[in-house]
Design a protein around this ligand. Structure first.
Ligand code: ADP
Length: 162
C-alpha cells in the first residue's frame, strides 16, 4: 500500500493544512496526519485537542487517519512502515527550512524516508497557525483562515487566557 504521513504542529489546523490533506489524500492510498508533540513549542492547543480538531475536519476522508507522535519522525515512520513524508510549501521562506528537514530525514533514515512537497493553493499562501493565533488574540476575524468550528475553539482559548 502506498502510504504517507503528513507531520506537523497543527496548532491549530488551518484551511492551508486542510487543503494539503485533501490533495495528499488523493495521491496516496492512505494518509496519516500526525501531530508532533513538541514540548519545546508553547502550544495553544493540547495534542489531544489538535488531534480531535483534525479528526473532525477529516471525518469525510475515508483514507485519512489522525495520530500523534513524539521524538524523531524517522522513528515514528519506521514503526508505522511509512516511507513518504508530505510537507507543504508556501513561499521561498519555507523552502530552506523544509529542504533541511527533508535532507536530514533522508540521511538519518538511510534513504527509507523521503519527502514529497505540495505547493500551497494560492488563496492560502499567506496562512499560518501563528498568524491565526495573533489575529484571534486581538479579536480579529479568522473566518477566512480556519473552519468555523475551529475559529470558535480558538476564540474560546483566548477567552480562557485573558
Ligand atoms: P511545523 O510542523 O513546521 O510546526 P505546521 O504545523 O504549521 O508547521 O505545518 C505543517 C506543514 O504544513 C509544514 O510543511 C508547513 O509548511 C505546511 N503548511 C502550513 N501552512 C500552510 C499553508 N497555508 N499552505 C500550505 N502548506 C502549509
Amino acid at each position: 500500500m502506498n502510504s504517507a504521513v503528513y507531520p506537523g504542529s497543527f496548532d491549530p489546523m488551518t484551511l492551508g493544512h486542510l487543503d494539503i490533506i485533501q490533495r495528499a489524500a488523493k495521491m496516496f492510498d492512505h494518509l496519516t496526519v500526525s501531530v508532533l508533540d513538541n514540548k519545546a513549542k508553547n502550544a495553544l492547543f493540547s495534542v489531544q485537542e489538535r488531534v480531535s480538531i483534525l479528526k473532525e475536519a477529516t471525518k469525510d476522508l475515508s483514507n485519512v487517519t489522525v495520530d500523534s507522535f513524539n521524538g524523531l519522525l524517522i522513528d515514528y515512520a519506521k514503526q508505522q512502515d511509512i516511507h513518504i513524508s508530505v510537507r507543504g510549501l508556501r513561499a521561498i521562506t519555507d523552502f530552506e527550512y523544509e529542504l533541511q528537514i527533508a535532507q536530514t530525514n533522508r540521511k538519518l533514515s538511510q534513504g527509507t524516508l523521503d519527502t514529497v512537497f505540495l505547493t500551497t493553493s494560492l488563496e492560502y499562501a499567506y496562512l499560518s497557525s501563528s498568524s491565526v493565533k495573533e489575529i484571534a488574540s486581538f479579536h480579529g476575524d479568522i473566518s477566512q483562515c480556519v473552519p468555523e468550528f475551529v475559529a470558535e475553539l480558538v476564540y474560546e482559548k483566548f477567552k480562557e487566557h485573558n
